[in-house]
Design a protein around this ligand. Structure first.
Ligand code: PSV
Ligand code: MN
Length: 400
């Protein structure tokens, strides 16, 4: 190896180490429960109770060292009467902590025509009460982010007053915002369609940004990577939100057609790299650390759930590490001098670098297994839960 190559290798290891030390990824509790499509479910020895969800998520954290928190959905994980101290104690037993808290204002029958944007005041109030409860639960659990997602919308032209619904939504979010404690945040998620197929009340990042600004200074926008139309330039949205100081977090997944919830980076790893590149570029240029919650929002019914989460985290680590290799001073210069090929190649060079040896070194330094997936498979955990959870029916509770 030449002296230069040795130096480059050492620099790469330092960049990758610094990047991975910082990258923490929140796991969704619902990703460990049995799910499916509207056509059916294929069952696994999945988690049903919040205890089992923490246990499974704890495995992902144990083997990747990168996932200390678990996002919880209030109705699915924290039924009425749940004691926060019990949840905290359970999480701690499995080496994780509760993360973001998602209210659920989309499953109850009363939400057929929406929640905060519903024409009927009593239903709007009901939804708001639930969101306020969620803010309180988050505070009691020491969770920073409250992450409502709204299925609100309509299916047929002319059936909804879009402007009035916007104002109702804005009003409700503002009231929720005003009950947030110090340091808490309200992350507003958008989605273009599904379950509403004509209009969705928070359909895109511009609407989410407008509502976040209206709601108040503790609000930010949540970008779910699957919630975009085909070919949409997601990294541009990320760049704009960063520049506006309004990017609160991500729900990571990949998509081929719509909100497919496929494994992050399975369809288009370069897209994920470009998102990370925008974040790193912003941080390099401003000298400020972007305060972003990286969360996974995937729930698989074909791949093994725990294995798939480990795969997702490994993908994220590799792609984030690659983005950390971009030579930003050279990139800024090439952009300024309009050397397009040179600028683009700085992206390509970083993206095509094999970071796996550097990631492996980082794992070794953290006393983690070289290959988290292989280590999990060898651990016997899956065999154990397969035995223990055998024969239970999904009707026993949990995610539906
Ligand atoms: C809606 O599609 C969504 O992305 C929201 O974030 C929900 O909380 C989550 O999926 C539920 O799976
Ligand atoms: Mn989401």
């Amino acid at each position: 190896m030449s002296a230069n190559a040795g130096k480059a290798g050492a620099a790469m290891e330092t960049n990758v180490k610094e990047a991975l030390d910082r990258l923490q990824i929140e796991l969704p509790s619902w990703g460990f429960a049995d799910t499916g499509t509207r056509f059916g479910k294929f069952l696994q020895p999945a988690a049903k109770t919040v205890e089992e969800k923490f246990a499974d998520a704890g495995q992902v954290h144990q083997f990747t060292g990168a996932c200390p928190t678990v996002a919880l959905h209030v109705l699915w994980d924290l039924p009425k009467g749940t004691k926060p101290s019990a949840v905290l104690e359970l999480a701690a037993r499995f080496g994780v902590r509760p993360g973001s808290i998602s209210p659920n204002v989309f499953e109850d029958q009363i939400y057929k025509h929406g929640s905060l944007a519903n024409e009927q005041e009593t239903i709007r109030r009901h939804a708001l009460e639930h969101i306020l409860d969620s803010v309180r639960i988050a505070r009691e659990l020491g969770s920073r982010d409250v992450t409502p997602w709204f299925a609100d919308g309509s299916n047929f032209p002319g059936t909804a007053n879009i402007r009035a619904r916007k104002r109702w939504m804005a009003e409700g979010l503002k009231q929720a915002h005003d009950t947030l404690g110090d340091g808490q945040r309200l992350l507003i998620e958008y989605k273009p369609f599904e379950p509403a197929f004509y209009h969705t009340d928070i359909a895109d990042w511009g609407m989410a940004l407008t509502l976040a600004r209206y709601a108040g200074p503790k609000s930010r926008v949540l970008v779910d990577t699957g919630h975009h139309y085909q070919a949409q330039n997601i990294e541009q949205i990320v760049a704009w939100l960063l520049d506006e100081g309004m990017l609160g977090g991500f729900h990571f997944n990949d998509r081929r057609y719509a909100d497919d919830d496929l494994t992050l980076g399975s369809i288009d790893p370069y897209q994920v790299f470009r998102i990370f590149a925008e974040i790193r570029f912003y941080e390099w240029e401003t000298g400020r650390r972007a305060d972003i919650a990286f969360m996974v929002d995937q729930s698989h019914n074909l791949k093994g759930k725990i294995e798939e989460m480990i795969q997702t985290v490994m993908n994220a680590q590799e792609l984030y590490a690659k983005a950390a290799l971009i030579d930003f001073p050279a990139l800024a210069k090439a952009q300024q001098e309009q050397r397009l090929i040179d600028a683009e190649n700085l992206y390509k060079d970083a993206f095509s670098t094999d970071v796996r040896p550097a990631v492996r070194e980082w794992r070794r330094a953290k006393q983690l297994a070289d290959n988290p997936l292989a280590a999990f498979r060898a651990s016997g955990y899956l065999e154990r839960i397969t035995r223990e959870r055998a024969g239970r029916s999904t009707a026993a509770g949990g995610y539906a």
